[in-house]
Design a protein around this ligand. Structure first.
Ligand SMILES: Nc1nc2c(c(=O)[nH]1)N[C@H]1C(S)=C(S)[C@@H](COP(=O)(O)OP(=O)(O)OC[C@H]3O[C@@H](n4cnc5c(=O)[nH]c(N)nc54)[C@H](O)[C@@H]3O)O[C@H]1N2
Ligand SMILES: Nc1nc2c(c(=O)[nH]1)N[C@H]1C(S)=C(S)[C@@H](COP(=O)(O)OP(=O)(O)OC[C@H]3O[C@@H](n4cnc5c(=O)[nH]c(N)nc54)[C@H](O)[C@@H]3O)O[C@H]1N2
Ligand code: SF4
Ligand SMILES: [Mo]
Length: 692
């Protein structure tokens, strides 16, 4: 007789930042079905196609199931199976050898999008190994928002969808497709059923434009210009929150004088948003309180990200929308172990001066290495040579700007180890590949350190293949071999218990509860001031001179100068059906989007003899790729939006699965970088197309 299905509770993970509460049907040790849990705190039953398909990422016949060592030349696609003992020894020997020969900083540790608790255990490993260099995609993902926030107002202002807002501004955030950082769109959609008003700032017609009062279809990469023009209007028309500005801001008069130059008329030429629409939106945002600004990835996808995020923070502040319910708030963690203690930050006191970014004078508090600077260290030994790389949860060959440069850096490195579920173009360049156990197969905690003030339980529901290890276990065993063994655990799951100890809960008890949220506290500044040197929101940065930062947000130009040889403008967005470069091998998802698609206006397509579905050769000054045309009316005829993260798991291992063919980052470059975060231009690049 067949066994019964057991319905277990967990939270979705590693298909985006995660957050939806799930009910998972397990029979005979296998997952049969997944559905949304109506009791989910963030999701209230919501689930997306990725969540529904998530068990399938584990059951593909080509999933990595044992450790591998490279045979023959790097990237040649030939491997031999080795034991875990051999694999760990090989990795440890190489990391230790490089440390002896070149110093600990010559080993860099790599992570991609934060996926789970292993992110912080890897940082701990780097710290205990003695290397200040953790390479992450934060330069284009949240560091600009978070750290510019900390410098400006003392915290990272996140959108509060748990309390009603009168107005929501989706600024480069396609939240119904990306649900970023656990801001699951369900809470917002529920609000929009009422009388909450909506503005969308996006060059593409996203789903929620249908619900919006204003859709500002800006020229890609001009968010800083638009935000500055809005500041101009709000200050010029005295629509700001005068009491808040007087009591709680620093440098308002300087900001006011400075933004006079950014009139809507002038900025309309830059942004393509009509001056009247800029004025109306600015008025609406300033006078409809509380208003929440849900800011997305594009605000950190140009070299001007510091100006963009600074200008947006000034908007939130002068309109009185900072740290009020239904506005942009400071999230407070539940009682759990602090990050510094968890990652053993005290073990590496010189990190700030020693890390690669220090040489490039990145902004203080930015503690990971931008991928562009990492590759310079590998290729040109600037500021010093990097020889070894251990990475997990990262497909750097696809996710770093300028994939050609990544390939060259990987060819040059002495030693590379990659932990992944699947053989990716990045794993294909490794010397040792480590097969991981992942979501549903491991005990994990979500959203630790992400800054939204909650953690989620993601318990183990099924057994992994026998030789797939959790990243926690891999890092714990590696840690014992490359750093003081007494700082690692007998059982790696102790990390989960350690983290929870201050809450008084065991991991099992936490799983019963499902999640922990920190206290709801608003307007903390009324008691303690803002946590900045002046105790106020620093519209003008008091630390500008000391840290060599611009005191006021500026419009310093387009991401790239106009070039008649490349008359179109390139942008991109995340697919609702994939996570970056991941899971192209999951059949249910791949069926929905079998090939990379570039969105293009019908007039532009016609002018180039391109029809729906045709292959399109896309060229920038930096490279070329082929994607398939998808004709879209509601896009500016000069803008194309290409797909991100494409490689072909079904392709040839000897060419690293056609990593060059359709990969968006063949079109991007690291020649010009933002100073504060080392951010390259990913939006608003000059390009041209022809039928491929
Ligand atoms: N041009 C351009 N470039 C971009 C972006 C863009 O919009 N445009 N977006 C940027 C952003 S925001 C980000 S965050 C980065 C993302 O860049 P990455 O994090 O590198 O990309 P992902 O595809 O999320 O994940 C990489 C790998 O993690 C593996 N993986 C999944 N689960 C696990 C696990 O449990 N353990 C381990 N060890 N591996 C696992 C997957 O199989 C996959 O191969 O890309 C950035 N790059
Ligand atoms: N399905 C899915 N969900 C994801 C991810 C994924 O890969 N797939 N990745 C996760 C990660 S790591 C992140 S960081 C988040 C990102 O989440 P989002 O910030 O929502 O990500 P994007 O899709 O890159 O960009 C959002 C919107 O910006 C628009 N846009 C393009 N250029 C510009 C511009 O110049 N200015 C403005 N204002 N808008 C522009 C795009 O058309 C798109 O609709 O999503 C997370 N969730
Ligand atoms: S929205 Fe994100 S967290 Fe929710 S089911 Fe989809 S992938 Fe999972
Ligand atoms: Mo991201």
């Amino acid at each position: 007789m067949a066994a019964d299905v057991h319905w277990r509770k967990t939270h979705c993970a590693r298909m985006d930042h995660g957050g939806c509460a799930l009910l998972v049907g397990v029979r005979d040790g296998r997952i049969e079905q997944v559905k949304g849990d109506p009791e989910g705190y963030f999701s209230r039953g919501y689930i997306c196609p990725k969540g529904l398909a998530s068990p399938d990422r584990l059951t593909h016949p080509d999933r990595l199931t044992h450790p591998l060592r490279r045979v023959g030349k790097r990237g040649g696609g030939r491997w031999e199976r080795i034991s875990w003992e051999e694999a760990l020894s090989l990795v440890a020997e190489n990391l230790n050898r490089i440390r002896e020969e070149h110093g600990a900083r010559a080993v860099a540790f790599g992570v991609g999008m934060p996926k789970g608790l292993e992110h912080f255990v890897l940082i701990r490993l780097a710290n205990l190994f003695g290397s200040p260099n953790v390479v992450a995609s934060q330069d284009v993902c949240h560091a600009p928002r978070e750290i510019t926030g900390v410098h400006t107002c003392g915290f990272y202002p996140v959108a509060d969808f748990h309390h009603p807002s009168k107005l929501v501004v989706l600024w480069g955030s396609n939240i119904t497709a990306t649900n970023e950082e656990g801001e699951i769109c369900r809470l917002l959609l529920d609000q929009l059923k009422g009388d909450t008003r909506l503005v969308v700032v996006d060059p593409r017609r996203i789903e929620l434009v249908d619900r919006a009062e204003h859709w500002l279809q800006l020229r890609p990469g001009t968010d800083h210009a638009l935000a500055l023009a809005m500041l101009h209007v709000i200050i010029d028309e005295r629509l700001y929150d005068a009491a808040f500005v007087a009591q709680w801001t620093h440098g308002f008069d300087d900001l006011a004088a400075h933004v006079r130059q950014y009139s809507p008329e002038q900025m309309a030429e830059v942004t393509w948003v009509p001056a009247a629409a800029i004025r109306e939106t600015a008025r609406l945002y300033a006078t409809t309180r509380p208003a929440v600004l849900q800011w997305g990835n594009p605000v950190e996808h140009t070299v001007h990200t510091f100006d963009t995020t600074r200008a947006l923070l000034c908007l939130m502040a002068i309109t009185g929308n900072l740290d009020v319910p239904g506005g942009n708030v400071a999230a407070h963690d539940p009682k759990i172990m602090g990050l510094g203690e968890f990652v053993c930050a005290d073990r590496i006191p010189d990190k700030r001066q020693e890390m690669i970014g220090a040489h490039h004078r990145v902004i203080p508090r930015f503690m990971t290495v931008p991928p562009a600077f990492f590759r310079r260290a590998v290729l040109d030994a600037v500021p010093y040579p990097v020889k070894g790389f251990y990475a997990m949860g990262s497909n750097a060959m696809l996710s770093y700007a300028d994939s050609g440069q990544t390939h060259r850096a990987f060819e040059k490195l002495d030693f590379i180890a990659i932990a992944d579920l699947f053989m990716t173009p990045t794993a294909a360049m490794a010397d040792v590949v480590l097969p991981v156990a992942s979501q549903f197969e491991i005990n994990d905690i979500g959203h630790y350190g992400i800054g939204h003030g909650f953690i989620l339980a993601r318990p183990k529901l099924v057994e992994p293949p026998p030789e797939c290890w959790s990243d926690l276990r891999i890092l714990n065993e590696l840690g014992k071999r490359v750093s003081p063994a007494e700082l690692w655990h007998e059982d790696p799951e102790r990390f989960l218990e350690d983290l929870l100890r201050p809450s008084g809960l065991t991991y099992a008890e936490f799983v019963e509860r499902g999640y922990l949220k920190g206290p709801e506290r608003f307007r903390a500044h009324e008691q303690k001031g803002f946590r900045t040197p002046t105790g106020k929101v620093e519209l003008r940065l008091s630390t500008a001179e000391k840290f060599r930062l611009k005191p006021l947000p500026e419009f310093a130009g387009l991401p790239e100068a106009e070039d008649p040889a490349y008359p179109l403008l390139l942008t991109s967005s995340k697919s609702p059906y994939f996570l970056h470069s991941s899971y192209r091998w999951v059949e249910k998802l791949r069926k929905l989007v079998p090939e990379p698609r570039v969105e293009i206006h019908p007039e532009t397509a016609a002018a180039h003899g391109i029809g729906e579905g045709d292959p399109v050769l896309i060229e920038t000054r930096h490279g070329r790729v082929t994607q398939h045309a998808h004709l879209v009316e509601a896009l500016h005829p000069r803008v194309i939006s290409a797909a991100h993260g494409w490689w072909f798991p079904e392709g040839d291992p000897r060419s690293q699965y056609d990593w060059e063919k359709a990969n968006l980052n063949m079109l991007t470059s690291t020649d010009t970088l933002g100073k504060e975060y080392g951010t390259p231009n990913l939006k608003g690049l000059g390009c041209r197309v022809r039928r491929g």
